[in-house]
Ligand binder design. Structure first.
Ligand code: ATP
Ligand code: MG
Length: 553
């Protein structure tokens, strides 16, 4: 299952290119459009591009493909850089922008026009669609197609000068209106957009299309392997056509791999933005979002995300990956690395009637069952404790291995106790349990031979601390929320967040710092919230439960 760099098809291509001398130094790039935050699919693309560069002692550029100013922003530019760094990668030299090559693209547009390979087209968007033909019918030549070079040069200059309105004219490559590949039917190279750009301000009113920009950016930067997802496969002939028809400084090649589509997840930036704009989530970094910043805030670790990206491999097919694999990678990492602690989510008070009210015993527990480097924690043991409401019943059958009236249970890392009576409120709900300690049961079984059936967690009522705990579940309750006719908004899991205000944490957890992850014993993995947590007002987010219960509920 594990995908070492040597075993994926892209690495084979690179190895062949190095062996044949086609490339000396491998240069890749990760080219996000700054029109949203990065998501799990981008994490895959990042691990592929940066990973291949690293594995081959090459370089990987971070380049903003910023050719659609209306949808882009500085906020996204900054968030994307922070996310790439957090994932553990560093790009070569300065961050790059497609927009810093705008003048070069324009010069190359003039070059194409002068060569007779591009023309200014007057068709309206509707007309252009009609002329374009269909998958089964060839397109027709635009009436503008046979314009003279001189007229085209003049019109292109006037487009740039702002003489025409948005949509009035476009620059198109002159290729083949009857090509079976729609991308080769005189594709648009430049369109008029009278909007300001986050990097170039009002310098430009015409902007290059993705197709005209991308390969040329790669060529300028000396990218050797331009790796993208499969939807660009049909654009490759155009990518190559432009490289062949322009005096570019190098000859990059495009390769495609399958997009990562995890189940129960949407990975379209447009849809993620809708979730944010509609207030379904609190922002791009809401812990339920499949964004890198959301996963980070949820307590997923960069190492586990990278591990997952390796585990699923890199292939040439688009398929759905079970999101449980991602969750597995998270659990595995946290099980190994997260310190342990006890937190009672829904407290029920237990009073140990035979334990003096002024007595405090400092019991010790390991920070981690197998990691000595995580030290020990002190658990003050006192007369009044909290246990989970669900861990007590007045009566129960043998399957219930927790505390039952008249029966025994072990308090984790502490004594065995036996429940004697309950105190009820006016509604008849148990609000307190009175119990007593079975002597000499620290790390020992009771001497009378009556062993407790189970172990439950607890926190001292007087020495623990109140915390807010946010219980997160998957955001969608449908395996493929946006496939086919599914309106993804109809598949929001209404129980994706439950906020508990009155959880009770053991004292060692008050030292948690934002983004520190823990295993709350018997409950799951939790992380101190990146923004809202403080030792005065602790806030923990549930990263993931201890086991995959999704399919067994
Ligand atoms: P969206 O469809 O959400 O707008 P995009 O592909 O347009 O995403 P870009 O910012 O252009 O987003 O993506 C940057 C790079 O990340 C591209 O090379 C793209 O192929 C890759 N990428 C995007 N989504 C995925 C995915 N789900 N799996 C793998 N790679 C992806
Ligand atoms: Mg894109």
């Amino acid at each position: 299952m594990e995908d070492t760099p040597a075993s994926n098809f892209l690495q084979s291509i690179i190895s062949d290119d190095i062996a044949s001398g086609r490339v000396k130094e491998v240069v890749t790039r990760f080219p996000p459009e700054p029109n949203g935050y990065l998501h799990i699919g981008h994490a895959k693309a990042i691990s592929v591009n940066f990973g291949l560069a690293e594995a081959n002692q090459g370089r990987c550029n971070l380049r903003f493909d910023d050719t659609n100013p209306e949808k882009e922003s500085q906020e996204y530019i900054e968030a994307i850089q922070a996310d790439v760094r957090w994932l553990g990668y560093s790009w070569d030299a300065e961050v790059r922008y497609a927009s810093s090559y705008f003048q070069q693209f324009y010069d190359w547009a003039i070059h194409l026009v002068a060569q007779g390979d591009a023309y200014v087209c007057d068709l309206s968007p509707d007309e252009a669609r009609e002329y374009r033909g269909t998958l089964t019918e060839p397109g027709r030549n635009s009436p503008s197609r046979e314009r003279s070079v001189a007229d085209n040069l003049d019109l292109l200059a006037r487009m740039k000068a702002g003489e025409f309105d948005d949509g009035a004219k476009v620059l198109r490559a002159k290729i083949d209106m009857s090509s079976p590949n729609m991308n080769m039917r005189d594709p648009i190279l430049y369109r008029i957009r009278k909007v300001s750009h986050h990097q170039t301000g009002h310098d430009w009113v015409i902007y290059p299309t993705y197709d005209f920009a991308h390969g040329q950016e790669d060529a300028i930067e000396g990218v050797t392997h331009s790796i993208c997802t499969l939807e660009f496969e049909d654009h490759r002939p155009l990518y190559n056509w432009l490289i062949e028809h322009l005096p570019v400084p190098s000859r990059p090649q495009q390769y495609e791999f399958g997009r990562l589509n995890p189940s129960y997840t949407v990975t379209s930036k447009r849809k993620l933005k809708e979730l944010v704009d509609e207030g379904v989530v609190t922002g791009w970094d809401d812990p339920r979002m499949p964004t890198v910043s959301g996963m980070r805030r949820r307590g997923y670790t960069a190492a586990a995300i990278r591990k997952f990206c390796d585990m699923i491999g890199t292939t040439r097919s688009d398929g759905v990956v079970d999101v449980a694999m991602l969750e597995f990678a998270i659990r595995e990492d946290l099980n190994e690395n997260a310190a342990r602690g006890m937190c009672v989510l829904r407290p029920l008070k237990v009073v140990l009637t035979d334990y003096p009210s002024d007595k405090v015993e400092d019991l010790c527990a390991p920070g981690h069952p197998s990691r000595d480097d995580l030290g020990e924690r002190v658990l003050p043991f006192t007369r009044e404790l909290y246990i989970e409401v669900d861990d007590f019943r007045e009566e129960a059958n043998k399957k219930f291995k927790r505390l039952v009236l008249g029966k025994r249970v072990r308090l984790r890392n502490a004594y065995v106790i036996e429940a004697d009576e309950v105190v009820k409120d006016a509604l008849g709900n148990v609000c307190e349990v009175h119990a007593h300690i079975i002597p000499d049961t620290l790390g020992e079984n009771p001497t009378d031979g009556i062993k407790p059936k189970g172990v439950i967690h607890w926190v001292s009522a007087s020495h623990g601390k109140n915390a807010q705990v946010r219980l997160y579940e998957r955001l969608f309750n449908h395996e493929a929320p946006d496939k086919g006719d599914n309106a993804f908004m109809d598949h929001i899991n209404p129980g994706s967040l439950e906020v508990i205000e009155s959880a009770w944490i053991e004292p060692s957890l008050t030292a948690a710092i934002p983004e520190q992850g823990f295993q709350f014993e018997r409950e799951g993995y939790f992380v101190a919230d990146r923004y809202d947590h403080s030792s005065d007002k602790p806030v923990f987010n549930r990263t993931i439960g201890l086991r995959d219960t999704w399919n067994t509920q």
